[in-house]
Ligand binder design. Sequence first.
Ligand SMILES: Cc1cc2nc3c(=O)[nH]c(=O)nc-3n(C[C@H](O)[C@H](O)[C@H](O)COP(=O)(O)OP(=O)(O)OC[C@H]3O[C@@H](n4cnc5c(N)ncnc54)[C@H](O)[C@@H]3O)c2cc1C
Length: 488
Amino acid sequence: MTKHAVVIAGGGPTGLMLAGELALAGVDVAIVERRASQDLAGSRAGGLHSRTIEVLDQRGIADRFLTQGKVMQIAGFAFNPLDISDFPTRHNYGLALWQESIERILAAWVDELKVPIHRGREVTGFAQDDTGVDVEVSDGRSFRAQYLVGCDGGRSLIRKKAGIDFPGWDPSVSYLIAEVEMTGEPALGIRHGDKGVNALGRLEDRKRVRVVLIEPDVRQGDEPILDELREALIAVYGTDFGVHNVTFLSRFTDTTRQAASYRERRVLLAGDAAHVHSPAGGQGLNIGVQDAVNLGWKLAQVVNGTSRESLLDTYQAERHPIGARVLKNTMAQTALTGRDERTAALRETVSGLLKMDEPRKRTAAMMSGLDIHYDLGTGHPLLGRRMPDLDVVTAGGPRRVFSLLHDARPVLLNLGEPGALNLAPWADRVQRVDARYAGVWDLPVFGAVAAPTAVLIRPDGHVAWVGDGTDQGLRDALTTWFGPPNHS
Ligand SMILES: Cc1cc2nc3c(=O)[nH]c(=O)nc-3n(C[C@H](O)[C@H](O)[C@H](O)COP(=O)(O)OP(=O)(O)OC[C@H]3O[C@@H](n4cnc5c(N)ncnc54)[C@H](O)[C@@H]3O)c2cc1C
C-alpha cells in the first residue's frame, strides 16, 4: 500500500489546482485521474473570470494563461454584458480560453511541482478510520492517506460513498452540446427558444460546427444519440442541416445541487463534486479553482501539524455560501431565459437595472468573484476581503503584493514603522515584509477604504487582520489562522 499525506480523486481543474497548492506547501500529494491523458472531449468552460486570474497571479502563473487566451470583457448576467474595465484590479477583464487549454496549463504546473498523477485509473472506494483513509483504485492498487479529497466532478463517487447529501433542484431544461459537420448551411448565431438559448458556431477549423441546443423535453444521461440531436435540431430550426460526422456529443442540464457538507471527517469535496448548476455566467470551473485555493493551505497546515483539524471547518464556512449564491444566480438567470410575455417583461426590467451603475457593479463583482467577503468578524472593510495587488516599495525595491504570495505562504505586510510588530513566535510560518505604500486603497464595489498600517494576508490572498497603528488582535489572528506560537 502506497502512502501519501493527501490523495485527490480527479485531475480536472479543481483537483489540479488543489494539488499545486498542497505541493507548494510541501505536502506529499498524489492525484488519481480516470482519463488517460488531459485530453477533454468537446469544449466545456470557455474562460476565466477576473478573480480566478488574480488567484493564478498570486502564484505567479497568470501569464501562462493570459498568453494563450484572449483578454476580453466576459462577465454577464442573463445575457446582459457587464463591463468591469473600471474595476480597481490589475485584471479588469476576463479571459476567453477553452477548458482543455486551462487544464493543460495547470497540469504542466503540477508536473513542475512533481505531483504524481496516476492516470487511466479511478478511485473505486475508500474506508476511513481515526488516523487516515484507505483509498481503493481500479487497477487493484490502494493508497493510505491522511485525507482524501473528492474533486471528481458532479457525479462524484467520493461524495456518494461518504454518504454526503446532495440536496437541490432537478433539471428544468436539458441541452445537447455537439461538434459536427453539416451538409446544409447552418443558421449560425444565437436563436432564442421558449426555454432558453440555442447556438450554432463554427469551430476553429471553420469546417465543423459547435452546437448547443435545447431539447424538446428534459432528458438525462450524458450519452445522447445522433437521432436525439437530429430531433432537437428539427424542433428548433425545422431542419437538421444534414448533420453528420459527429466528433463529440454530450448533454448538460440545469440540475442545481450542493453538497450538504464539504467534509465528512477525513474526506473533503471541492469543485463540481460539491456543487452543480447551469453553466449560465460561466462560473463552475472558476469557483472550483477558488475552492481549491481556499482549501489547499488549510489542509496543508493540518497535515503538517501546524493547525488543528478545526481549521478545516472554515473551508465549509467560507466556501459553502459562495457555492450557494452561484446556485441561486444561475437559477435566476435560467428563469430569465423564457420567451413568454411575462418573462420578457421581467427580463426587460432586469436589463434596465443592470444598465445603472450600482447594480452593474454589484452584479459584475459577484459574477467575476471580486466581491468575495469571508465573514471574519467586524472591523475594517478589508477584513475577509481579497487583498488588492498594490505596488509597494520594500527594502529590496518595488514589489507587487501578489508577488509576495507566489510560494503560498502567509504574509504580514507592515506598512508602518519598519521593524514594528513582533512576529517572532510565528516567524517559521509567516513572512514579515516591511514596505511603504502611498496610494489609495480601493476595493471593487466597496470603493476607497482607510489605509491600514499593516495587513495579515492568508495564502489565498484574503485579509485575516488589519492594523490600525497597534498590534491589537494580531496574536489572536495569527493563532487562529496559522497555529499556536512557537516558543522553542
Ligand atoms: C457546456 C458547459 C459549459 C461550461 N462553461 C463554463 C464556463 O464558461 N466557465 C466555467 O467556469 N465553468 C463552465 N462549465 C463548468 C465547468 O466545466 C466545470 O465546473 C468544471 O469542469 C469543474 O471542474 P472540476 O475539476 O471540479 O470537475 P471536472 O472537470 O468534472 O473534473 C473531474 C475529474 O475527475 C475525474 N474523475 C471522475 N470520477 C473519478 C474517479 N472515481 N476516480 C478518479 N478520477 C475521477 C474525471 O475524469 C475528471 O477529470 C461548463 C460546463 C459545461 C457542461
